[in-house]
Design a protein around this ligand. Structure first.
Ligand code: PAF
Length: 282
């Protein structure tokens, strides 16, 4: 496995692989890798001869007062971890490579509507930062396929929208959320949890799963289900940002007949912002 930092090094390696006719997959990450990222790499290699993992803590997707400075930068550990996986190359650029005109003069890509609610509402500007960096990564790597995790459900929809709208020649694929044994979705931010909070954290997935079963069993009183769940989570010590049942395809409000729903939640537990979801196909 190779680690490159510059566009020149990346281009040279890509040219060699393209000449051999290899399909190239990209797994964009911000590092501090866990089993969820590794499962995306394995999925990427099932679909392509080459898997590239980008590691870049993207400043433009963090709002003021968020954890950009504290976000764990663990390139050495990530490299060791990826050496054991099917990854072929790590692309770990610096800010100048990603934003050659500087952060102030950087082109921003902004997807409307689907970014307005949920994480987009709680973290203003976050999705503009995500789409702006993912578009740059796609332009640099020109992958055939790019892989994102289902845990960030809204993010993968926003990225799909951008790629379709801009006709970017890449296929977006979503990998299933990887969970700890007790159901907690793996996330780089779980390490902000204290031991007591960590023991409590799986309640989020338990509440989501219970709503998933209720929907499967025919309940359609969406607002009541949301309110019950928010109060269960608040009682368990979560500071709930949102808990919502929406159309899986576009996050619009569903009607009773909608047969593909997603239950989305974000809640703070101490310093950690946990997000998770469950998709319900009826
Ligand atoms: O999901 C993430 O880790 C980031 O939002 C992404 C897609 C790598 C863009 O920085």
């Amino acid at each position: 496995m190779i680690v490159v930092h510059t566009k020149k090094e990346l281009d040279e390696q890509l040219a060699e692989w393209r000449q051999q006719g290899d399909h190239i997959a990209l797994v964009p990450t911000m590092g501090n890798l866990h089993a969820g990222h590794v499962s995306l790499v394995e999925l990427a290699r099932e679909h392509s001869e080459r898997a590239i993992v980008s590691i870049f803590v993207n400043p433009t997707q963090f709002g003021e007062g968020e954890d950009f400075e504290d976000y764990p930068r663990t390139l050495e550990r990530d490299t060791r971890r990826l050496k054991q996986s099917a990854a072929d190359l790590i692309f770990a650029p610096d800010v100048e490579t990603m934003y050659p005109f500087g952060l102030k003069d950087a082109t921003t890509i902004s997807v409307p509507r689907i970014t307005e609610n949920f994480c987009g509402a709680s973290r203003p500007g976050h999705f503009d930062g995500v789409t702006s960096v993912v578009a740059r990564l796609i332009a640099l790597v020109q992958p055939d396929t790019a892989f994102f995790g289902q845990k960030d459900y809204q993010q993968q929809l926003v990225i799909r929208h951008m790629c379709l709208d801009l006709n970017l020649p890449v296929t977006i694929m979503t990998g299933e959320t990887v969970r700890d044994e007790d159901g907690l979705a793996m996330s780089s931010r779980n390490q902000y949890l204290t031991d007591v909070e960590r023991a409590n954290a799986p309640v989020l997935f338990r509440v989501l799963s219970a709503v998933g079963s209720d929907l499967q069993n025919g309940r359609r009183d969406f607002e009541a289900l949301e309110a019950e769940s928010i109060s269960k989570l608040s009682d368990a010590g979560f500071d709930v940002d949102y808990f919502s049942i929406r159309r899986a395809q576009n996050l619009e409000i569903p009607d009773r007949d909608c047969d593909e729903l997603v239950v989305l939640a974000a809640a703070n537990l101490g310093k950690a912002r946990l997000i998770d979801n469950t998709v319900v196909t009826i």
